[in-house]
Design a protein around this ligand. Structure first.
Ligand code: SAM
Length: 198
């Protein structure tokens, strides 16, 4: 899978995305709570798409930046949140230079990041010392993996048990929460002090 292929897939389906996905407010608030956001914190809604999570992040802090590869997804998010303080950037997180975020939330997008080692480095680089990371899905992994079969299957990797995925983050993050439920999947943690930002 290449980022170009992922970007063009999501550009193609951008107009339909909000109709295809029904994430309950309850789950989205549960995800935001895991980030432990304080008013005034700088938060990155990573792979924000059309901004499904953004409104819930804005309830916690006005300083929300959304980043996504697909310009059509970003255009819809910008339109949706035009009257808010949220700002949206179009780009590939693997080459993102933004820094000093207090929290990063990756919602419903983790399987699209093939190079997990690089993902961990980029996340650690973008976060403040002690910054919070949340990786979450509004579906359980079996359901999600079924949804990802077929065309989307070429654009993502299957989600494995939460302990296996969270273990990839242990050099840079102190993981303090894991959920691998029938209809919810998440892990979260804090960037560890000794991990040097590059
Ligand atoms: C399944 S959508 C989820 C969008 C949104 N987070 C949501 O919950 O509706 C996955 C998103 O990840 C984005 N994405 C995938 N790889 C990316 C990368 N390397 N950098 C930035 N965004 C990326 C895609 O463009 C797509 O919009």
């Amino acid at each position: 899978m290449s980022t170009e292929e992922i970007g063009s897939y999501f550009n193609e389906i951008a107009d339909r995305w909000d109709g295809m996905n029904h994430c309950s407010g309850e789950k989205l608030r549960r995800i935001v709570a895991l980030a432990g956001i304080q008013k005034g914190d700088k938060v990155l809604d990573l792979a924000c798409g059309t901004g499904v999570l953004t409104g819930y992040l804005l309830e916690a802090t006005p300083h929300v930046t959304g980043l996504d590869l697909a310009e059509n997804m970003v255009a819809l998010a910008r339109k949706k949140y035009a009257d808010t303080s949220a700002c949206f950037l179009c780009g590939d997180f693997y080459s993102f230079q933004g820094k000093c975020f207090d929290a990063i939330i990756l919602h419903n997008a983790y399987p699209h990041f093939e190079d997990k080692e690089k993902l961990v480095l980029c996340l650690a680089r973008a976060l403040e010392r002690g910054g919070r990371l949340v990786v979450a899905h509004s579906l359980g992994k079996d359901h999600l993996n079924r949804v990802h079969q077929g065309r989307v299957g070429n654009l993502c990797r299957a989600l494995r048990a939460v302990e296996v995925e969270a273990d990839l983050f242990k050099d840079a993050f102190s993981i303090d929460y894991m959920a691998d439920e029938e209809d919810f999947y998440a892990f979260s943690g804090t960037k560890i002090g000794k991990f040097i930002r590059r």
